[in-house]
Write a protein that binds this ligand. Structure first.
Ligand code: PLP
Length: 450
């Protein structure tokens, strides 16, 4: 049917399926959603407008969207043991924006309105409005630095979060490359932020959220955890106790499409204290919710509540361990010396390559990764000095420990037989490279066989 309307789109979809089947997908933020999740996204809920919240919509006829949103939120609350769940955000960025605005509303707007003796921003005089705007503009946030593995939405300048908040970041220990809780405590004590953000996109270790909560709360800050990357490991009970953010954080945000294996989307979990403010995500930050995607979130969350998901999550972590061991025994250098989550950060400078050269050489060989900064990266955020590798997608395809050892062998094989092409002046180039003859083809064939 798509073919007869726009054959180029039909072709791109077929070609994407072939690419995803024929290559080894090691991008740490990607996965393969189940057929049930994929099928749930193609339905008539897509055609319905339902701005508002469950039972309080700005449109008529939203009873089916109400059902979908309630079921998804119920699964999210029960799966994660959260007091409140908001499943409308269209993406991780949206979930973080909802969280930031709800923290500002809860901690800045509400007290400021009380000071002016009014209940709603609509009743503020223009002068009082100016006071409130100024209070918003004075707020501060602290998050993990980008090159230590943090995310753009954690207060960095190119992102709106860096414009909403004055920002400081914490990094990792220069020797061990591990998160230094004393350093986090020092930054928070000195800077006194409204929000301490924990969570990462490229840090290969677990975080002690009980410690992070202690640091935040001792200093009057709200602890917000962005578990976008490791939500599947929390859902699957690989991260428990102090490593489970939900009992410790005031607000937890996540994507639903990474290790959680759901549709593309976001979600916010919150304590009762923040529930009413998070519930204002639409219209504060979001427009009409995507009913078809919330339905697929409900299906994915129901899948994640099954016992098989715990096995899957454990396999993600075991496979990451096997991948790291496979690299280490072949002499590779890994940021922090290993992993205890779902990802590995390989330092490519040991092969004389930038992250960009390594990423391209691997892609030519049927292995899909993404280049990534390493702490204090000498090559900057564009070329970088590392590649990030994650196990969720190939674990969904059924690969196990021995397969991941083979993946490490293939990657080391390609990188050790790839050379950076020098620039005209003879300096080491950062983008061009050459792979020894036959290596890419042989690796591609081996990758297809896995
Ligand atoms: N938060 C973290 C930690 C992420 O790694 C990402 C994406 O990679 C996001 C938020 C943003 O998610 P999205 O791409 O769905 O907006």
């Amino acid at each position: 049917m798509i073919e007869s309307v726009e054959p180029r789109i039909a072709g791109a979809i077929r070609s994407e399926l072939a690419d995803q089947r024929d290559s080894l997908k090691l991008i740490a933020s990607e996965n393969y959603a189940s057929p049930a999740v994929l099928l749930t996204m193609g339905n008539w809920l897509s055609d319905k407008y339902a701005e508002g919240t469950i039972g309080h919509r700005f449109y008529a006829g939203c009873q089916n969207v109400d059902t979908v949103e309630s079921v998804a939120a119920e699964h999210a609350r029960e799966l994660f043991g959260a007091e409140y769940a908001y499943v409308q955000p269209h993406s991780g960025i949206d979930a973080n924006l909802v969280a930031f605005w709800s923290i500002l509303a809860n901690r800045v707007e509400t007290p400021a309105l009380a000071e002016h003796g009014v209940k709603s921003v609509y009743d503020l005089s223009e002068d009082d409005w100016e006071v409130l705007r100024k209070k918003f503009g004075e707020q501060r946030a602290v998050g993990m630095s980008l090159d230590a593995g943090g995310h753009l939405t954690h207060g960095f300048r190119p992102n709106i979060s860096g414009k909403m908040f004055h920002q400081r970041s914490y990094g990792t220990d220069p020797e061990t490359e591990l998160l230094d809780y004393d350093e986090v405590a020092r930054v928070v004590r000195e800077f006194k932020p409204l929000v301490l953000i924990a969570g990462y996109s490229a840090y290969p270790r677990r975080i002690n959220f009980a410690k992070m909560a202690e640091i935040a709360h001792e200093n009057g800050a709200v602890l917000m955890v962005d578990m976008a990357h490791f939500a599947g490991l929390v859902a699957g009970k690989v991260f428990t106790g102090d490593e489970d953010p939900v009992p410790h954080a005031d607000i937890v945000t996540t994507t639903t499409h990474k290790s959680l294996r759901g549709p593309r989307g976001g979600m916010v979990l919150a304590t009762e204290e923040f529930a009413a403010d998070v519930d204002r995500g639409c219209p504060m930050v979001l427009g009409g919710p995507l009913g078809h995607v919330m339905a697929a979130k409900a299906v994915a969350l129901a899948e994640a509540r099954r016992p098989e998901f715990r096995t899957y999550a454990q396999h993600i972590a075991d496979n990451a361990h096997a991948l790291a061991d496979g690299f280490l025994k072949r002499g590779a250098k890994l940021v922090t010396g290993g992993t205890d989550n779902h990802l590995v950060l390989l330092d490519t400078t040991a092969y004389g390559l930038t992250g960009r050269q390594a990423e391209s050489a691997l892609l030519d060989s049927g292995i899909v990764t993404n280049r990534n900064s390493v702490p204090n990266d000498p090559n900057g955020a564009w070329y970088t000095s590392g590649v990030r590798l994650g196990t969720p997608a190939l674990t969904s395809r059924g690969l196990g420990i021995d397969d991941f050892d083979r993946v490490a062998e293939l990657i080391v094989g390609v990188l050790s037989q790839t050379e950076a092409t020098p620039t005209r002046s003879g300096a080491p180039g950062k983008a061009k490279y050459s792979i020894a003859p036959g290596v890419a083809e042989a690796t591609h064939k081996a990758a297809e066989e896995l």
